[in-house]
Design a protein around this ligand. Structure first.
Ligand SMILES: C=C(O[C@@H]1C=C(C(=O)O)C=C[C@H]1O)C(=O)O
Length: 407
């Protein structure tokens, strides 16, 4: 029997949640990259994994094979991969495995993988945490973050910067029955407008998140989109968006991000774009200000706009600061830890003629003994340090409220 039929037999009787859980467990056990995601306002979850050992570093999105980009905040040195090739696909729509033709020469690996998958179908003792590293030391000192914000403000008032986005991280415990795939389903249910993701990359760990921030997207090689998202307020669950009121600080902070995007368009002499906003949008327990930008790549004759803008935009002033290079250097010298994939970018590339790449916010890395959660806050000359601390606390709640719920 060929591998594909073997797989069909294995999955035919199970629900999508069961198949996805076993696929995830098999990927963790075999130490192979896997990405599982659900796009904003869509119902279907999608999963891909890569069993061949090709290590791709993708820069040009337009000609990339179907896959998932997973890129850290800082550009990694040397030859590290930032891409998961779609070799085995499991979509919620079909609930059946699709094996890509590129795997034809890898039948030994494929059979070995099926074998592990099959074993795991009847192994209720499997613990994904056994295959992860232990969590690092994390400095959660409030005073240190407050003085970092004060230092940002001081440098801003001296005229070196207009905005800096310092961040911090905190540890949390995970329940005994915590399983990332189950948590992913809960996040999809709780945050229908978020890009929900679960990614495992050998050597770079396991990441889960529900981000509100699009970095770039393209549809049918015709329309390009990006957004500027900034300004944050915590709101109750039934908050009426029309009642949102914004202070000068947030309006200016978000306008800076929009200006940054417009400047990127200017650099490449792109003059025709639609700009819509700023509007108030809800992201779980928070509201933000958002402006959307849209470009017709055919009419403007910019077929490589997505790759070009990805290089120019990241890291945007929503997550790093303005001007970008000195702000990145300031963070490197003063933030006191490596952000890794937090505020990097991630998303599916060239799936059904569309690419959707998001900023990795409201995310957490899961370790053997618990999780580490990340959040940042935009600091301008009008910031109050205590408020920025409170903002990072409520950003943590986006994931933690879901992880702590018993659903
Ligand atoms: C940095 C984060 O969020 C970014 C910063 C925001 C702000 O400073 O108000 C708002 C949305 C995001 O662009 C985060 O969620 O950690």
């Amino acid at each position: 029997m060929n591998s594909l039929n073997q797989f069909r037999q294995l999955t035919g009787q199970s629900t999508y949640a069961e198949n996805l859980t076993h696929l995830f467990n098999a990927a963790i056990k075999e130490n192979i990259p896997i990405a599982i995601w659900r796009k904003p306002a869509e119902e279907q979850i999608q999963a891909i994994c890569q069993i061949s050992d090709r290590k791709l570093q993708i820069e040009e999105l337009e000609n990339a094979p179907e896959g998932f980009i997973f890129h850290p905040f800082r550009k990694p040195e040397g030859e590290s991969r930032n891409y998961i090739l779609s070799e085995i696909e499991l979509s919620q729509k079909k609930n059946e495995f699709v094996i890509h033709p590129t795997l034809q020469n890898h039948s030994t690996e494929l059979s070995a993988f099926f074998h592990v998958f099959k074993e795991l179908q009847s192994d209720d003792k499997f613990k994904f945490t056994d295959f992860l590293h232990s969590s690092p030391e994390v400095d959660e000192d409030k005073d240190k973050f407050i003085s970092l914000v004060e230092k940002c403000k001081q440098y801003i008032s001296e005229g070196y910067y207009q905005k800096i986005v310092p961040s911090r991280r905190a540890k949390y415990g995970i329940k005994k029955n915590f399983h990332p795939v189950h948590e992913l389903f809960k996040l999809c249910e709780a945050y229908e407008n978020a890009f929900v993701s679960l990614v495992y990359m050998p050597g770079n760990g396991l990441w889960i998140g529900a981000t509100p921030e699009l970095l770039i997207s393209t549809e049918n090689n015709q329309y390009f989109h990006t957004v500027s998202l900034a300004g944050t307020q915590g709101v109750p669950p039934d908050f009426d968006l029309s009642r949102a009121a914004w202070r000068h600080k947030e309006i200016e902070e978000q306008a800076l991000v929009s200006r940054y995007i417009v400047n990127c368009f200017k650099q490449i002499r792109l003059r025709e774009y639609d700009e819509n906003g700023p509007k108030t949008v809800k992201a779980g327990n928070l509201i933000h200000l958002k402006t959307s930008f849209k470009v017709d790549m055919k009419a403007t004759n910019f077929p490589e706009l997505a790759s070009t803008m990805l290089q120019l935009l990241h890291p945007t002033s929503a997550i790093c600061g303005m001007p970008m290079k000195p702000a990145a250097q300031f963070l490197e010298q003063n933030e006191g830890y490596d952000r890794e994939y937090f505020s990097g970018y991630l998303g599916p590339v060239n799936f059904e003629s569309s690419t959707s790449i998001f900023v990795n916010l409201r995310c957490s890395r899961v370790y053997r003994d618990g999780g580490v959660i990340y959040a940042g806050a935009g600091v301008t000359e009008y910031s109050i340090a205590e408020d920025e601390w409170a903002e990072t606390e409520i950003k943590f709640r986006t994931l933690l409220n879901v992880f702590e719920s018993n659903a």
